[in-house]
Design a protein around this ligand. Structure first.
Ligand code: 13P
Ligand code: SF4
Length: 311
């Protein structure tokens, strides 16, 4: 415990000394969420990165989040505790294949989830997160032909609630795809009054069990406003830290993954970040996230468009 406390004090000291800000996603380990200057969902992290005055941004999340911050703040140093913190969803959409898909569909507008590489964003008209996807899709005229990538589950969900027929890329997140209908039904038997909270990256069959489908921020907001006591949560279990903090009187039960005996479903990429790595990153100002300038110049346009629409 003492060592952890020292590390936290050192991280805070280095932040002050170097004018650095720590941004963390809700899926980070508790100890990182505890020390971050700001925690939020993908949209809030991009909004924060766009407005911070700090010289250094340490993005405690995954690589595409660091890239988005770097694209928005090319003059700042953007650090990430572990460069291997990738994203299976972003990886399910290689930029060259996506660009070819876009080229094969002239006349289509391209909407990309923020969970993509900078190179995919560079061939995109507008970026979305799960918080603003519906709003942004609906900002297009109803007869506009749309491509949506890479998450097919989110895409299918948005198609179902908007009545659009967007052409979907066949990608998915390996964490959210692992939630199972059977395990949630088992939990419902134990907690019959529980509300089921589901992230739209989950499969459609799991989403059908939901009392609320929403982004991490959306699910948190719903739980805070609800007068119910028990909640079964089908998204990466890191979100439970903030849920329990904001609603200490409520009971949050993580939905387990289908293929394992563990109670929580964690993203192995998100969990690569540790306090030790965060400390070293601040100390040595490494590893740094950089984005090719030509790609960044294109990728910033759809990101800014998203920020304008969701302002
Ligand atoms: P949100 O925080 O936007 O809900 O995104 C979930 C996610 O999978 C981030 O990697
Ligand atoms: Fe990517 Fe899924 Fe991990 Fe989010 S939870 S970073 S979408 S792999």
């Amino acid at each position: 415990v003492e060592k952890a406390l020292d590390l936290k004090a050192e991280i805070k000291r280095l932040c002050r000394e170097k004018d650095a800000v720590i941004l963390g996603h809700y899926y980070q380990a508790d100890e990182i969420q505890e020390i971050a200057d700001f925690i939020g969902d993908s949209l809030a992290l991009a909004q924060w990165a766009a407005k911070t005055d700090a010289k250094i941004i340490v993005m405690c999340g995954v690589h595409f989040m660091g890239e988005t911050a770097k694209i928005l703040c090319p003059d700042k140093k953007v650090l990430i505790p572990d460069l291997n913190a990738g994203c299976s969803l972003a990886d399910s959409c290689p930029a060259d294949k996506f660009a070819a898909f876009v080229k094969d569909h002239p006349g289509y507008k391209v909407i990309s989830y923020v969970n993509t590489s900078a190179a995919v964003k560079a061939v995109t008209d507008v970026v979305v997160t799960s918080t603003n996807a519906r709003q942004i899709v609906e900002s297009f005229p109803e007869d506009e032909k749309l491509i949506f990538g890479p998450d097919k589950n989110l895409g299918n969900y948005i198609n179902s609630i908007t009545g659009r027929q967007m052409l979907l890329w066949d990608g998915a997140c390996h964490v959210h795809e692992k939630f199972s209908v059977e395990k949630i039904i088992e939990l419902k038997k134990q907690y019959p009054d529980a509300q089921v909270l589901v992230h739209p990256e989950c499969k459609g069959a799991v989403a059908k069990l939901a009392d609320k489908i929403g982004s991490t921020a959306g699910l948190l907001k719903y739980a805070m406003a609800s007068d119910k006591k028990d909640f079964i949560v089908a998204t990466e279990s890191g979100i439970l830290y903030e849920m329990r903090k904001k609603c200490s009187e409520k009971n949050f039960i993580p939905a387990p993954p289908e293929d394992s005996t563990c109670a929580c479903n964690e993203c192995n990429f998100m969990r690569l970040n540790t306090l030790e790595k965060l400390y070293n990153t601040l100390k040595y100002e490494w590893p740094e996230v950089n984005v090719d300038e030509a790609i960044a110049q294109e990728a910033i346009k759809p990101i800014q468009k998203m920020l304008e629409i969701s302002a």
